[in-house]
Write a protein that binds this ligand. Structure first.
Ligand code: NAD
Length: 481
């Protein structure tokens, strides 16, 4: 499949007709191309978005909510294809792509449509005046997204941005263009007005940079790595663009001495290895109380070794390929570093996929890996690996667990496992993070704030936070007679 840009309602080549190969990381095969766009392509997308702005913002929010539902219907009708494309682009298990990526992409549109319908007016009464807060569109906004949950994360921005009356210039990851293209196909089929949604494909420093620098793009919503986020902020902040940054994480899974071990093992495996550990929320540091550490660790290793790793299309596969050979080499270099830093590999660390059909030597497959014995301040334990690797750390006191959990530059997510939810809640409140679960992981209510502290980002997405970001509040204060 040759993926083109979608500008002003039309699929077009990059202006200089350059392309990038799109590789399926599970096979190493080239499965198509995508447009390698540059500044001129972005210029043309911005022009289309600006032209569409007035008519789009003139619709009521409820009319735009209806458009979101139509997009959701269109995606739903092609849900299986959506999951297939996501799995081919990322190497993730097809079953996971169906359950998580495809479902959540549809849900994001439905959620924001419903949220708009239930929204209460923002009115603040004074004794002698009434304040009415209007949420005006920002204008044309730039959305830049990563490869790990391609349409899930893109739609999480597209839906609220459209709802609030903005027009969009978006750049998906160059590694995963297929489902952004499906979204364009759907919007084209349902007749979303031309220019409202524009997608420009290509490399970050070429297309992404042009979006960041464009003076008519007034807000940037970025999800990706912390280093890229730093560059995004440095470029956009001097232009006083609104900025939302959703960045990396190195999240702690804290297992207290009174935790239900079965539940904790199941939770730690899910938190550590969902999507091959390539979720920003993954619990890559497991902190376990010394009194249960040995039992927990041996049960964890047993559960990890039982995971089905291999061909994404195999229905029972739990861990598919990593996103690319380059990324696999990066993850392997961290495993090597873990050994050099004094860690012991309890399981994994290798590429072989025993007993599974499918993976070839060209595929980016790595076995889920558990490392024990590392100092919690080691590089392996504090830097984001973003792969199927967890480290185990022991603690004696709750205070110590809190200190270890807070000892990274990141602060995105985490979980606490305990038989005493009050105790877990107390601890949860003291973790420097944006979101933390008690006795569960990745259990999301889309109305709640999502985002990080420290080097995990700036701002929040979700429900009212997304509507707030994608709008400019205008307060009208009316003096009573
Ligand atoms: P990345 O930072 O390499 O790329 C993200 C996006 O930015 C891509 O579309 C890329 O092309 C673009 N980009 C790269 N350089 C750019 C530049 N100079 N200007 C503008 N855009 C540029 O991240 P990635 O490898 O695609 O994704 C993995 C990272 O994303 C991990 O660190 C992960 O934790 C993070 N992530 C965070 C969240 C969250 O919600 N906090 C969610 C998913 C992933």
């Amino acid at each position: 499949m040759n993926v083109l840009n979608f500008i002003d309602g039309v699929f077009v080549d990059a202006i200089d007709e350059q392309t990038i190969s799109n590789i399926n990381p599970a096979t190493g095969q080239i499965i198509g191309t995508l447009a390698r766009s540059k500044g001129l392509d972005v210029e043309s997308a911005v022009e289309a978005a600006l032209n569409a702005q007035q008519d789009w913002s003139a619709l009521s929010m409820l009319e735009r909510a209806d458009w979101l539902d139509r997009i959701a219907d269109g995606l739903e009708a092609r849900k299986e294809e959506l999951a297939q494309r996501e799995s081919r682009d990322t190497g993730k298990p097809l079953a996971l792509a169906r359950r998580v990526d495809a479902q959540r992409s549809i849900d994001n549109f439905r959620f924001f449509a419903d949220f708009a319908r239930k929204r209460e007016p923002e009115v603040f009464e004074m004794t002698d005046a009434t304040n009415v807060v209007h949420r005006n569109p920002i204008g044309t906004v730039g959305l830049i997204t990563p490869w790990n949950l391609p349409l899930y994360l893109l739609s999480w921005k597209v839906a609220p941005a459209l709802l609030m009356g903005n027009t969009i210039v978006a750049k998906p990851s160059e590694l995963t263009p297929l489902t952004a293209n499906l979204l364009c196909e759907v919007t084209s089929e349902i007749g979303l007005p031309s220019g409202v949604l524009n997608i420009v494909h290509g490399y970050g420093p070429e297309v992404g940079q042009a979006i960041l620098e464009h003076p008519d793009i007034r807000a940037i919503s970025f999800t990706g790595g912390t280093e890229t986020g730093r560059h995004v902020a440095a470029t956009a902040a001097p232009m006083f663009k609104k900025l939302s940054l959703e960045l990396g994480g190195k999240n702690a899974t804290i297992i207290l001495d009174d935790a239900d071990i079965d539940m904790a093992v199941e939770g730690a495996v899910r938190a550590g290895f969902t999507n091959g550990g390539q979720v920003c929320l993954c619990g890559s540091r497991i902190l376990v109380h010394t009194s249960i550490a040995d039992e927990f660790t041996s049960r964890l290793v047993e559960a990890v070794e039982a995971m089905v790793c291999g061909a994404p299309e195999n229905e029972s596969t739990q861990i598919g390929a990593l996103i690319s050979q380059d990324h696999m080499h990066k993850v392997e270099s961290y495993i090597q570093l873990g050994i050099e830093e004094g860690g012991t590999i309890l399981t994994g660390g290798t590429r072989e996929m025993t007993g599974q059909v499918g993976p070839t030597s060209e595929g980016a497959f790595l076995r889920p890996t558990v490392i024990d014995g590392l100092d919690h301040n080691s590089r392996t334990s504090t830097e984001e690996i973003f792969g199927p690797v967890v480290t185990i750390h022991r603690f004696e006191y709750d205070e110590e667990a809190i200190e270890i959990a807070n000892s990274t530059e990141y602060g995105l997510a985490g979980s606490v496992w305990s038989g005493d939810t009050n105790r877990a809640h107390e601890i949860a409140q003291r973790i420097e993070t944006g979101i933390i679960w008690v006795n569960t992981w990745l259990h999301r209510d889309l109305r709640t704030p999502f985002g990080g502290v420290k080097n995990s980002g700036v701002g929040r997405e979700g429900g009212a936070w997304s509507l707030g970001f994608f709008s400019e509040p205008l307060n009208v204060c009316i003096k009573h007679d």
